[in-house]
Design a protein around this ligand. Structure first.
Ligand SMILES: [Zn+2]
Length: 245
């Protein structure tokens, strides 16, 4: 994948700083099942590791972006719930892991090159090396998308949304990730540079299913085109097109 121009997501009004647990936290996980959700691997590396075009993709920046993305998602959904008169409980933990099996969700080891929301343990866990590599290759917008998508699964769990087919669950999460990014930008709390949307499109391209994947297959997420349009619906139209109620 070509390396796009690096652009920055700027969090204009950072919400209250929260400490996130990045590092080895053992997962109290439970029940990943097929719903333990596989968020497709990012593209295979074509960029030599260690390449840093503008000196902006350091591990420190990555950690800051992950933290920002989580705080923004938490504030966003907190406000949405409040608007609907619902209690909101933030996701309990954000766990970065480096080894297969380091985090367990319902007796199922989380694998490498993945990120997942584990409903029983109510945590989001991600392979930190994979996410960092995607951050370097695709850009920081991808981290906002990734966290936004996993956070959306946590919101679905809170709302008791369980679609019959995983693809519907996934495309709704993409729509919700779009709503969180679009609305936060409209509120002026997040500023997207021109290249950010391109980064997001690249990221969605990378995480789409192969076109031949049957749409009802277990674990299906949607093709790049389906995922991009679900994201765009939310990005442009907020949560309404996502069909949460
Ligand atoms: Zn997902």
């Amino acid at each position: 994948m070509p390396v796009p121009c690096r652009t920055r997501f700027v969090v204009v009004a950072p919400v209250v700083a929260a400490l996130i647990a990045l590092g080895c936290v053992s997962g109290p996980g439970d029940e990943a099942g097929p719903g333990g959700e596989g968020d497709r691997p990012a593209p295979t590396a074509t960029t030599p590791a260690g390449q840093d075009l503008e000196g902006t993709d350091t591990p420190q920046e990555f950690m800051e972006d992950v933290g920002d993305a989580e705080r923004v998602a938490e504030a966003y959904w907190g406000a949405q719930f409040k608007k609907s008169g619902l209690e909101f409980e933030p996701v309990s933990q954000l766990i970065a892991y480096e080894r297969e099996g380091e985090v367990d969700c319902g007796g199922q080891a989380l694998g490498l090159n993945n990120a997942a929301y584990c409903s029983a343990g109510d945590f989001i866990a991600y392979d930190v090396n994979w996410a960092f590599e995607a951050f370097r290759q695709v850009g920081d917008a991808f981290i906002f998308y990734l966290l936004g998508h996993e956070y959306a699964h946590a919101i679905q769990a809170r709302l008791g949304i369980q679609k019959e087919f995983s693809i519907d669950q996934e495309l709704q999460a993409d729509c919700m990730a779009g709503a969180y990014i679009g609305d936060t930008e409209r509120q002026g709390a997040l500023k997207l540079d021109d290249g950010d949307l391109k980064e997001l499109a690249d990221g969605l391209e990378a995480v789409g299913d192969d076109p031949g994947q049957p749409w009802f297959a277990e674990g299906a997420h949607g093709t790049a085109k389906q995922r991009t349009s679900a994201f765009e619906e939310g990005y442009e139209g907020s949560v309404e097109p996502c069909g949460l109620s």
